[in-house]
Design a protein. Structure first.
Length: 281
């Protein structure tokens, strides 16, 4: 029977150590979360981040801009938060409405407050193997694998999806952990055959049940980053879970796998940032 990589349980397990680090600081870590518009999925994620930050004793600021906010307004808000000494972390919830230039906005965040790890400086540091802020979802996947005692060195790892938020940084982290990494995408030839060679599969495509059970090698480890809502309201991942379960050695459930770890890693990055910034002050 497959081991469940339980992100909810691991998040709870990591809570006390984070809380102790918060308590040791002279001032609480400050996290600012910006949401533009009211996309329902984004509202759920932002609400979870806010609640977790409050429970950990952070100084938490939720900033909402209307869906028709201008690029200049959003850039002005980012500049204000960059200059605010009580703010250690700035997160702009993605996706932004189509009229906004997301890249320019993410580039405007002070790299020292970039707890999402999306700024080119932080992506560059990760690509050179000297990470500072690492994107929360891939970092959470790595922590799940580490806590399950899965040894990555020498494994054939296949990452499906090359987004800046998940696939690309995930590939870099796995390579840093000495896995042999293949990064697949919509133009990959014979994806099922590539996945079938994998000891470790990370699915980050955003399509329900995209990775079929019969694509998996027996005994593979499966990390499912997808969170897709079906018309009947159920949340499912990018992997056909029921078909994958009997074949794999370990798998992340959806919900309760990667999702909670993303939020925990955001808290972790914010505490790191606050410790660094307060040590410098
Ligand atoms: N939207 C989906 N995932 C993320 C994330 O990790 N950070 C931000 N800012 N937006 C997201």
């Amino acid at each position: 029977m497959a081991t469940l990589l339980d992100g909810k349980a691991l998040s709870e397990q990591l809570g006390p150590a984070l809380r102790a680090r918060v308590a040791a600081l002279a001032r609480p870590p400050g996290l600012a979360v910006i949401q533009v518009g009211a996309d329902p999925a984004s509202s759920v994620y932002v609400g979870s981040k806010r609640k977790r930050a409050e429970r950990l004793g952070f100084h938490q600021r939720s900033l909402s801009l209307p869906a028709d906010a201008s690029q200049a307004e959003l850039l002005a808000l980012v500049a204000e938060l960059n200059a605010d000494p009580a703010v250690d972390g700035i997160l702009v919830q993605l996706p932004l409405p189509g009229h906004l230039d997301s890249t320019a906005i993410l580039d405007a965040i002070d790299p020292d407050k970039d707890v999402d790890g999306f700024h080119p400086v932080n992506v560059g540091l990760l690509s050179q193997g000297r990470p500072r802020f690492v994107a929360c979802t891939p970092l959470g996947c790595m922590k799940l694998l580490e806590h399950a005692g899965i040894k990555l060195a020498g494994l054939d790892a296949v990452v499906v999806g090359r987004s800046n938020i998940v696939g690309r940084p995930m590939a870099m982290l796995l390579e840093k952990a000495n896995a042999t990494v293949t990064l697949c995408h919509s133009r990959t030839r014979d994806l099922p055959a590539v996945v079938r060679r994998a000891d470790l599969v990370v699915a980050a495509i955003g399509q329900p049940g995209f990775v079929r059970g019969d694509w998996l090698k027996d005994g593979a480890v499966v990390v499912d980053v997808g969170i897709n809502r079906l018309p009947d309201g159920r949340l499912v991942g990018d992997v056909d879970y029921d078909a994958a379960l009997p074949r794999c050695a370990a798998i992340t459930p959806v919900p309760g796998g990667v999702g909670p770890m993303t939020i925990t890693m955001l808290m972790h990055n914010t505490v790191d940032s606050s410790e660094r910034r307060q040590a410098r002050a």
